[in-house]
Design a protein around this ligand. Structure first.
Ligand code: CTP
Ligand code: CA
Length: 212
């Protein structure tokens, strides 16, 4: 099977030397890629900048901005049987990016931001993707309700929900505790390494693929 995975943060240019981004390490997405490759599958890894070593034998497509990630996913998703969206895509980008460096000429400055396209949310509605669709949900409150909302709005088969307000798990850490939110049920696997969670997620993905 072919598995498309998005990973890492995106970078949204402010000017030629600055950007907006977030604390995503990319660890979850890379662990998913490694697990799927080791299981003998083709992996297309579309990733924002990370400090991580690339797993062997993945088809790696580096991107920076959400817009770039969007068009790269649009181009490749037709090849995928399973698509897993683990990237922490910046929700907004600066409205205008000047060609020259912004000078500190004023005491105050305001950056106007505009919303980025929702890549996962476009998979079904714009890219007409029909394979297994798995998203993540980063929440600081109402974990299950918010994740279920995302599952329904974005047409996912599974949303892996993360409580990002907890310091011991999530974004930068090696461990994670998540909820698996399916269309018909919710499961709560125990806190575990991102490696082992990646195995569980890939296992669920194959089960969903068999039943599609
Ligand atoms: N996602 C995406 N493109 C975006 C924003 C999010 O593909 N522009 C994907 C993420 O990769 C993740 C899922 O959507 O799989 C949920 O991301 P999250 O940030 O939790 O939710 P949002 O839909 O962005 O909503 P909010 O941040 O307001 O909670
Ligand atoms: Ca978001």
């Amino acid at each position: 099977m072919t598995i498309l995975i998005t990973a890492g943060p995106t970078r949204e240019a402010i000017d030629p030397v600055r950007y907006l981004s977030n604390r995503s390490s990319g660890k979850m997405g890379y662990a998913l890629a490694e697990t799927a490759v080791k299981a003998g599958h083709r992996v297309i890894l579309i990733s924002g900048p990370t400090q991580l070593d690339l797993p062997d034998r993945v088809d790696y497509i580096p991107v920076e901005s959400a817009a770039e990630m969007f068009s790269t996913v649009e181009h490749w998703i037709g090849k995928a049987d399973i698509a897993i969206f683990a990237a922490a895509v910046a929700d907004y980008r600066p409205a205008k990016v000047p060609e020259q460096k912004i000078k500190k000429n004023n005491e105050h400055m305001t950056l106007e931001l505009v919303k980025n396209p929702d890549i996962l949310g476009s998979a079904r509605s714009q890219f007409n993707y029909e394979g297994v669709l798995i998203g993540f949900a980063a929440e600081t409150e109402n974990l299950e309700t918010n994740a279920r909302g995302k599952l329904e709005r974005k047409g996912c088969d599974l949303v892996v929900a993360n409580d990002v307000s907890r310091k011991d798990i999530g974004f930068d850490s090696n461990e994670n505790e998540v909820l698996f939110v399916f269309k018909d049920r919710t499961e709560a696997p125990p806190k575990d390494s991102k490696q082992h969670l990646a195995h569980l997620i890939i296992e669920q993905a194959f089960e969903l693929a068999e039943n599609r």
